[in-house]
Structure formats: structure tokens, C-alpha cells
Design a protein around this ligand. Structure first.
Ligand code: HEC
Ligand code: HEC
Ligand code: HEC
Ligand code: HEC
Length: 177
């Protein structure tokens, strides 16, 4: 033990440098490294593309997220809805066959969630959609994304727009439970 301490003291220069490097690398990763999930979006069980569906084919958001203007949860489309079209369109495509397997086994497609809010935040789409706030104000140009990038909504983001639009900024009454 004493010998070890003595060795450390003798080499304090290099010990310090090593320590410094570790701290620098760790903080670099902490501040600048994005997980692939936030950079390009999480890999989904089926590589569903909003760019193709909502962009190129111009399918309305509400067709697949029908509850967006009257419920807290916009809803993700059930397998049946995909198959309405894909029974006919590229029916033998590899990924469509996977959709059929989900359908046949009555397994909901295990989509990975991309957007997060803390549990204690009250958010509902309805009030916003009724005020004609476009999906893109909060979600970006979804119709150009192949994958939806992960996003955490921070309070600053909500408050900035609420100030601009004179919406409620009373924290406890409006947004926090
Ligand atoms: C309103 C019709 C419609 C619905 C609903 C629909 N799709 Fe599609 N989908 C299309 C069309 C059109 C294409 C383009 C086909 C082509 O490339 O010729 C396509 C292409 C695809 C492709 C192939 C993309 C590629 O890379 O080639 C996949 C995978 C796919 N859809 C999955 C889904 C899933 C999963 C759902 C349900 C969440 C869904 N689709 C719902 C019309 C639809
Ligand atoms: C053909 C069906 C379809 C259409 C049209 C569609 N979506 Fe989606 N959407 C999905 C599916 C399936 C998922 C889940 C897989 C994923 O995240 O890519 C999803 C996921 C999302 C998510 C991420 C949800 C989360 O937090 O995990 C957002 C945001 C979203 N859609 C917004 C939109 C907007 C905005 C439009 C219109 C511009 C739109 N969608 C049009 C099928 C659709
Ligand atoms: C004022 C900002 C805002 C607008 C405008 C908005 N969203 Fe969202 N959206 C959010 C937030 C915040 C979440 C995450 C909510 C959560 O996790 O409870 C979310 C989540 C979602 C989800 C995932 C739901 C789930 O169950 O996981 C979908 C799908 C979605 N939005 C679609 C849409 C569509 C389509 C529109 C336009 C018609 C839209 N959003 C407009 C803020 C917004
Ligand atoms: C782009 C602008 C915009 C953004 C971003 C936005 N909001 Fe709003 N929000 C509004 C407007 C405008 C209203 C007022 C709607 C009304 O008067 O019916 C509103 C209303 C609300 C209400 C209802 C308040 C009440 O009076 O009861 C809640 C809760 C809320 N927003 C939460 C959020 C949260 C949480 C976020 C962030 C995730 C957010 N909003 C982001 C514009 C926005």
C-alpha cells in the first residue's frame, strides 16, 4: 500500500495527466455524443418512412393519428390500417410480410417511442390543434423524415411559445400536475 502511494507520488505528473485525459474524454462524450436514437432516430421493427407516406404519397397525418385533435394520445396506427393499403400495394414486400405476421399473431407492432415528456407534465394535443398550431411547430418537418428522431421536450420550449401567443403560463394550473 505504502509502496503504491510512493509510486503514485513519484509519478504525480503522469498520474495527473492521465486523470485529466479521462475527465476530458468523459466530458466530451457527455456533452457532444448523441446516441444514434437522437441523431438519426431509433431503428423501428419495420422501417416505416414518414417521408414516403406523408411526403411522397401525401397521406394526411390524421389518417394514421386520428385522435390527435380530440384525445391526449394521438394514437399510432394499428397493423390493420397498414394492411388496408398493403394488402394491395407491394403486398409481397419483405417488411409487409412481417406486418402480416404481426397481424396473424395479433401482436401490436412494437414501435419504439420517440417523443418524451416528463410524467408530471400535462400535455394534450387537442388544445393546440384547435388553435391551428401545425404539427411541424413541435415535431419538425415529419413529412421529410425517414425515421423520427428522439426528442425530449423541455419546459423552455413550451413557455416560449405560450408567451408569444399569450397562452397560459401559470405553471401549476396549466402544465404541471
Ligand atoms: C394509404 C395507403 C398506405 C397506408 C395506410 C400505409 N402505406 Fe406503406 N406504402 C404505401 C405506398 C403507396 C408505398 C410506396 C410503394 C412503392 O414503393 O411502390 C408504401 C411503402 C411502404 C414500405 C416500403 C418502403 C420502401 O422502403 O420501399 C413499407 C415498409 C411500408 N409502406 C410500411 C407501412 C406500414 C408499417 C404502414 C402502417 C403503419 C403503412 N405502410 C401504411 C401506402 C400506404
Ligand atoms: C401511413 C401512416 C402514417 C402517416 C400518414 C403519418 N404517420 Fe406518424 N407515425 C406512423 C407510425 C407507424 C409511427 C410509429 C413509427 C415511427 O415512429 O416511425 C408514427 C410516429 C409518429 C410520431 C412519433 C411518435 C412517437 O413519439 O413515438 C410523430 C410525431 C408522428 N408520427 C407525426 C406525424 C405527422 C406530423 C404526420 C403528418 C405529416 C404523420 N405522422 C403521418 C404512421 C403514420
Ligand atoms: C404544441 C406542440 C405539439 C403539436 C402542435 C403537435 N404535437 Fe404531437 N406531441 C407533442 C408532445 C409534447 C408529444 C409527447 C407527448 C407524450 O409523451 O405524452 C407528442 C407526441 C405525439 C405522438 C406520439 C404519441 C404517443 O402516443 O406516443 C404523435 C403520433 C404525435 N405527437 C402526432 C402529432 C400530429 C399528427 C400533430 C399535428 C396534427 C401533432 N402531433 C402536433 C407536441 C405537439
Ligand atoms: C407553438 C406554440 C405552442 C407550443 C410549442 C406549446 N403550446 Fe401549449 N398552448 C399554446 C396555445 C396557443 C394554447 C392556448 C389554447 C387555447 O386557448 O385553447 C396552449 C394551451 C396549452 C394548455 C392548456 C392551458 C389552459 O389554459 O388550460 C396546456 C396544458 C399546454 N398548452 C401545455 C403545453 C406544453 C406542456 C407544451 C410543451 C410540451 C406546450 N403547451 C407547447 C401554444 C403552444
Amino acid at each position: 500500500m505504502n509502496a503504491m502511494i510512493a509510486a503514485l507520488v513519484r509519478n504525480k505528473g503522469s498520474v495527473f495527466l492521465t486523470f485529466l485525459c479521462v475527465v476530458l474524454v468523459a466530458s466530451f462524450l457527455f456533452f457532444f455524443y448523441d446516441t444514434p436514437g437522437t441523431r438519426i432516430g431509433a431503428e423501428q421493427p419495420i422501417p416505416f418512412s414518414h417521408r414516403i407516406h406523408a411526403g411522397v404519397k401525401d397521406i394526411q397525418c390524421e389518417y394514421c393519428h386520428p385522435y390527435v385533435s380530440y384525445s391526449r394520445h394521438p394514437g399510432l396506427p394499428p397493423v390493420e390500417k397498414c394492411l388496408h393499403c398493403h394488402q394491395y400495394i407491394i403486398a409481397n414486400h419483405f417488411w409487409i410480410r412481417k406486418e402480416h405476421r404481426y397481424f396473424d399473431t395479433r401482436t401490436p407492432t412494437p414501435w419504439k417511442k420517440a417523443n418524451y415528456l416528463s410524467m408530471h407534465v400535462l400535455f394534450n394535443h387537442q388544445r393546440h390543434i384547435q388553435k391551428e398550431i401545425a404539427c411541424r411547430q413541435c415535431h419538425g418537418q415529419v413529412e421529410t423524415f425517414d425515421r423520427i428522431r428522439g426528442k425530449t421536450f423541455y419546459m423552455e420550449f413550451c413557455i416560449t411559445c405560450h408567451r408569444e401567443k399569450n397562452a397560459n403560463v401559470d405553471c401549476w394550473l396549466a402544465c404541471h400536475s
